[in-house]
Design a protein around this ligand. Structure first.
Ligand code: NAD
Length: 376
């Protein structure tokens, strides 16, 4: 099986979908790996590194010719896939709900598109989960981005010239990114508090040494929530949450928002009026900015100043740590394909009745076949 690894074309995308390490592992399984020249450059991986791992390096059209699997970080344009083998696998983060036309394009092209962000949240699939691996790094980087924009220090410092107070950091949305943001904020010496709608996160917040701030009078989501995901909350809950946030946020220096609801716009958690109560010089990082934003006034790709508060809206935050993000993303793809590897034919065989396959498979035999996408 020939596996093609593409150089990303999306604006600001610095990651790559295979590293020399995973290329070598695929080759050990009996595949050949062809990497587009320069694919790893923005993640600090040279063409020579891939060659040393046993891969070939060539221009895009050569890499794609006869490829039976295409690995990418973001979905390539269907029109861009000329020359690939019929029924080839396209394995990437395909953002299916927002890129439906492109998914239809994959079907028309006759390729089997596999959306890695549709990986089910089951124990067996944990090592294949790109949402987790990338969110983890994004949560870490969000805190560093906040620290870089903040004109004060994070830890309490007692100096001969007097004491510097510790920064107060509030994390809204305690999934994978939020947990890492809490841990990172704590390591930098901030006083950390956090909130979520899922009650299971309360204990997780406390175990990281942060203070849980929860709506008490209206029930949130019991336990983990379905598949670890939140749903849209009732108006009653939203009102109670807004009140709680209003009373807490005025005392915060740094806020990191990470709240997402799958297949829906991000919930609005901070209004312009709430922003006004914050001290000038405070910093908010909106990790949900590309899904519509948790913060009123946040803008994708920009640092906006409103009422003296900086709202940081970097796009594709994981890509800002391109080398590590690529290493983890690449391993997720390898762990997925190798789990279904057939030693005899030296290629993955994806059974129709497997939960993972049913989750990630979007197109096959010229049709869109994914339940989640079809019912959206
Ligand atoms: P996510 O990115 O979908 O959402 C981020 C967080 O925002 C979630 O915790 C969610 O509850 C929260 N949120 C949503 N609406 C909110 C609102 N209105 N107010 C406050 N918070 C709100 O979630 P995620 O980071 O992908 O993961 C969520 C959970 O899934 C975690 O507990 C994680 O441990 C679990 N998980 C399990 C597996 C697995 O078992 N394979 C893999 C990944 C994640």
């Amino acid at each position: 099986m020939k596996i093609a690894v593409l150089k990303e074309t999306a604006d600001g995308e610095r990651r790559v979908a295979a590293t020399p390490e995973t290329a070598k592992k695929f080759i050990a399984l009996g595949a050949s790996v062809a990497v587009e020249a320069g694919a790893g450059a923005s993640a600090s991986i040279s063409n020579e590194d891939y060659l040393a791992a046993g891969a070939t390096v060539a221009p895009r059209h050569e890499v794609l010719t006869g490829a039976e699997a295409v690995l990418a970080v973001q979905g390539p344009e269907p029109a861009d896939l000329n020359g690939i083998a019929p029924g080839a696998l396209v394995v990437a983060a395909l953002d299916p709900f927002r890129n439906r036309e492109r998914i239809d394009g994959y079907a028309a092209k006759g390729v089997e598109a596999l959306a890695m962000e549709f990986m089910p949240r089951i124990t067996r699939a944990q090592s294949m989960d790109i949402l987790s691996s990338q969110a983890n790094l994004a949560g870490y980087k969000a805190v560093l981005d906040a620290a870089a924009e903040y004109g004060r220090a994070f830890p309490m410092m007692m100096t001969a010239a007097g004491t510097v107070a510790a920064a107060k950091l509030f994390v809204m949305g305690v999934g994978v990114a939020g947990l890492q943001a809490i841990a990172t904020g704590r390591r930098l010496g901030a006083q950390v508090s956090a909130t979520d709608v899922r009650s299971a996160t309360k204990e997780q917040i406390m175990s990281l040494g942060a203070k849980p701030i929860f709506v008490e009078n209206v029930a949130g989501i019991e336990g983990e929530g379905a598949g670890g995901y939140a749903t849209e909350m009732s108006d009653e809950y939203k009102a109670a949450q807004a009140e709680l946030v209003s009373s807490h946020i005025a005392k915060q220096d740094i806020v990191i928002t990470t709240a997402l609801i799958p297949g829906r716009p991000a919930p609005r958690l901070i209004s312009d009026a709430q922003l006004q109560t914050m001290r000038p010089g405070s910093v908010i990082v909106d990790l949900a900015v590309e899904q519509g934003g948790n913060v009123e006034g946040s803008a994708p790709g920009e640092v906006v100043v409103r009422h003296g508060v900086k709202i940081v809206g970097h796009r594709n935050v994981a890509s800002r740590l391109a080398a590590d993000a690529s290493a983890l993303f690449s391993r997720n793809l390898y762990n997925f394909l190798s789990a279904f590897w057939d030693a005899e034919t030296k290629r993955p065989v994806l059974p129709d009745d497997d939960e993972i396959v049913q989750g990630v498979r979007l197109t096959r035999g010229g049709q869109v076949v994914n339940e989640r996408l079809l019912s959206a």
